[in-house]
Write a protein that binds this ligand. Structure first.
Ligand code: MN
Length: 323
């Protein structure tokens, strides 16, 4: 997925200020671009928070019936300094990238693409898709690995069944399952389904902060009730998390976690760097079709041009302290 906000905001992101309560991050609607733009609900980054662990971008979309409509059609666009994680609840997306990967993203199957120094990709919902529903997540790469080689990994986690819950651990470890997918910082990513009224307590790494994205149902995380589309953030410290579905219908959530990412980063469009110059260089390389990002073969159309850089040096913004 591409960040196609017309005036992407540059964000400088620091670590956490700590605190114990759950912070509720509400989503804002963002169009993905194009004449029949699909809208997504974005909970990261936002003013109140830019990172949860190394997770730096959370887009949530659907369920949308795209029959006879455009669905998702994101033309080739670049990434640097980050990884993308695609996770679907329903539908199918055709992924092509400049590594030569050509993969179908399907429900319950994780695709993790490492941009590293540079990659480009396209994402198109397939004609067979009726309901498109899922999340697109980004992970910031730590400085020592942000220029790593481009890469693509695929993993299909086996479901883990607990009392009234079904979990799929696509990154990291939870509920006795561990994903084999390699990451550059300690991370957790899992889909958790809860039956009506179900309550589970999960052992977690106390060094991790966590974010719980609610897709459906009303779910209590610790002492805070989260509504659909909310992302609840819990700082590092607790060694268990309790999730309770307080609705009379099944609930679906995505649990994200990681050790607080304490590097200063600059995000602009689809790039993550450390300075304005990093971003300007990446933009120039994309605009001049440099080998840095390579080429997507098989996408029927032109690639996405980068937005104009702001005239001023990109103004960094920090994570405000938690109130
Ligand atoms: Mn993308």
């Amino acid at each position: 997925m591409s960040n196609v906000e017309s005036e992407p905001v540059a964000l400088r992101c620091g670590g956490d200020e700590g605190g114990a309560a759950v912070e509720v991050l509400s989503a804002r609607e963002v169009p993905l671009g194009g004449p029949r733009a699909m809208k997504v609900r974005r909970t990261l980054p936002q003013r109140a928070r830019t990172l949860i662990g190394a997770w730096c971008f959370v887009d949530h979309y659907g369920p949308d019936d795209i029959t006879g409509r455009g669905g998702m059609d994101v033309a080739p666009h670049p990434h640097t300094g980050l990884q993308t994680v695609s996770w679907l609840f329903s539908g199918e997306i055709e992924h092509r990238d400049s590594l030569g990967s050509h993969a179908m993203v399907r429900p319950g199957e994780m695709n993790l693409m490492t941009g590293g120094h540079g990659i480009c990709h396209s994402e198109v919902s397939t004609p067979a898709t009726t309901i498109l529903h899922g999340v697109q997540l980004w992970v910031a790469l730590p400085d020592e690995h942000r220029d790593t080689a481009r890469d693509f990994q695929h993993h299909v986690p086996s479901p883990v069944f607990l009392d009234g819950a079904e979990l799929r651990v696509f990154l990291g470890s939870l509920a006795g399952d561990t994903s084999p997918v390699r990451t550059f910082t300690p991370l957790l990513g899992a889909e958790i389904l809860l039956s009506p009224g179900a309550s589970i307590t999960l052992a977690v790494d106390p060094a991790f902060e966590h974010g719980l994205l609610v897709d459906s149902g009303n779910v209590r995380l610790s002492d805070t009730l989260l509504a659909p589309s909310d992302l609840g953030h819990l700082p590092a410290g607790p060694d268990t998390l309790t999730l309770t579905n307080e609705s009379p219908t099944p609930a679906r959530t995505v649990l994200l976690g990681g050790t607080p990412f304490d590097e200063q980063i600059v995000m602009w469009w689809n790039f993550i760097g450390r300075t304005h110059e990093d971003i300007a260089e990446a933009r120039e390389a994309w605009q001049s079709a440099s080998a840095r990002f390579g080429e997507v073969i098989g996408y029927p159309g032109p690639r996405l041009p980068a937005p104009e850089l702001p005239n001023a040096v990109i103004r960094p913004r920090g994570n405000p302290p938690r109130g």
